[in-house]
Design a protein around this ligand. Structure first.
Ligand SMILES: [Zn+2]
Length: 171
C-alpha cells in the first residue's frame, strides 16, 4: 500500500512538476560545459608548456654549443698565448722553467728519440690540430700532453728553443 502510494506520488511529481529534472539536467549540462572548458584550458596550458619546454630545450642546446665553442676558443687562445710567450725574444720569464725541463732530461730525451710518436694513453691524447699543424700519423689531430693539452711537438720545439736561447744568452 505504501509503496504504491509512493510510486504514484513520484509519478505525479514527474508529470506535474518537472522543474527538478530540468534543473538537474541544466546543472549536468553546465557541469559538462564547465568540464569541457576546463579540459580545453588544460589542453591549451599543456600546449603552452610543451612550447615552453621546446624553447628551453633549444636554449639548453644553444648554451651547450656555446659552452663547447667557448671552451675550444679558450683552449685555442691559451695555446696561442703560450706560443707567443715562448716565442717572445725576451727570455728572462722562461728562466724559472728551465730547471723543470732539466729535472726530467732522460724522459724527455726518450720522448724525443721516439719523435713524439710513442702514444701513451695515460699521458697523451689526440686533440685539435695545433697552430703549427703538427699532425699525428695522418690523423688530422695533434698529439697532446696530459693534463696540459699542450701539443707534444710544440712543447719539444719550445724546449729546444729555450735551451738554444739559454746557451746563446750564456755565451
Ligand atoms: Zn704543435
Amino acid at each position: 500500500m505504501r509503496s504504491t502510494a509512493s510510486i504514484r506520488l513520484s509519478c505525479s511529481a514527474l508529470a506535474t512538476n518537472s522543474t527538478p529534472q530540468r534543473c538537474l539536467l541544466r546543472r549536468i549540462r553546465t557541469q559538462q560545459g564547465a568540464a569541457a572548458q576546463e579540459l580545453q584550458l588544460i589542453r591549451q596550458e599543456r600546449d603552452a608548456l610543451q612550447r615552453e619546454r621546446d624553447l628551453l630545450m633549444h636554449q639548453v642546446t644553444m648554451l651547450h654549443t656555446m659552452h663547447q665553442t667557448t671552451q675550444q676558443q679558450m683552449l685555442h687562445e691559451m695555446q696561442h698565448r703560450d706560443d707567443r710567450l715562448l716565442e717572445a725574444p725576451r727570455q728572462p720569464a722562461a728562466a724559472p722553467v728551465v730547471p723543470a725541463s732539466r729535472a726530467t732530461p732522460q724522459r724527455r730525451g726518450a720522448d724525443l728519440k721516439a719523435s713524439g710518436q710513442a702514444f701513451d694513453s695515460t699521458r697523451h691524447v689526440l686533440g685539435r690540430l695545433c697552430p703549427r699543424a703538427h699532425e699525428y700519423q695522418g690523423t688530422g689531430q695533434s698529439l697532446q700532453r696530459l693534463p696540459s693539452h699542450v701539443c707534444f711537438a710544440c712543447d719539444a720545439a719550445h724546449t729546444r728553443e729555450r735551451r738554444k736561447a739559454k746557451r746563446g744568452g750564456a755565451q
